[in-house]
Ligand binder design. Sequence first.
Ligand SMILES: [Zn+2]
Ligand SMILES: [Zn+2]
Length: 136
Amino acid sequence: MKKHIGSCLCGEVLFEVSGDFKAFYLCHCSRCRKTSGSAHASNLFIKEGELKWLSGESLVKSFFLPNTRFASAFCSSCGSKLPMSGGSGENKIILIPAGSLDCAVEIKPKGHIFVGSRANWDYELERVCQYQELPK
Ligand SMILES: [Zn+2]
Ligand SMILES: [Zn+2]
């Protein structure tokens, strides 16, 4: 099984996920836009894999949006999004925010989802000027 490592911004939380990435979706739903603070969440999924906290597990907090199936895990020190696992056996699934990984991802996103909730500024972004760093 493949292994990938990742961490939060403050560096207190380190994790390792094992298993093959089965899906990679860019989610534009309003909940993912809120929790990411951006145009979309970038979520990788592993089925029947393993999520291991290498450090900082006590800092990992989960938020469950009442009356929905939506949940989000994050570092309570720096706020970075972190992986979470749910289900068991054949239905076990691990969601990994792609930006939390400290290694290369060998698959490309499979699609944009919940585009009905897309932000009104989130169109043709490849055509916007690109800078190596913050422009002067
Ligand atoms: Zn942190
Ligand atoms: Zn979403």
